[in-house]
Ligand binder design. Structure first.
Ligand SMILES: [Zn+2]
Ligand SMILES: [Zn+2]
Length: 76
């Protein structure tokens, strides 16, 4: 089951932030997605597990769920 966030270009919930290189399924804009810790703003490490990706903050030494992570998008 995928998790999608809002695409800033077309405003549709069609962007998968769990992939570092992600493409909007609506307008096909490609983004580099950086995930930040909501507590300390450090960039989160992606932990690719069995069928799911989770985030880990090396500063807080804590797991961060995909719904809590703060996503920074840069289009290219
Ligand atoms: Zn889009
Ligand atoms: Zn943190």
């Amino acid at each position: 089951m995928s998790y999608f966030i809002n695409c800033p270009r077309c405003n549709k919930i069609a962007l998968n932030p769990l992939q570092q290189e992600s493409q909007c399924e609506e307008c096909t804009t490609a983004y580099t997605v950086a995930a930040q810790c909501p507590t300390c703003e450090a960039e989160l490490e992606r932990i690719i597990g069995c069928g799911t990706t989770t985030f880990f903050c090396n500063d807080c030494k804590a797991m961060v769920s995909k719904r809590e992570a703060v996503y920074r998008l840069s289009s290219h």
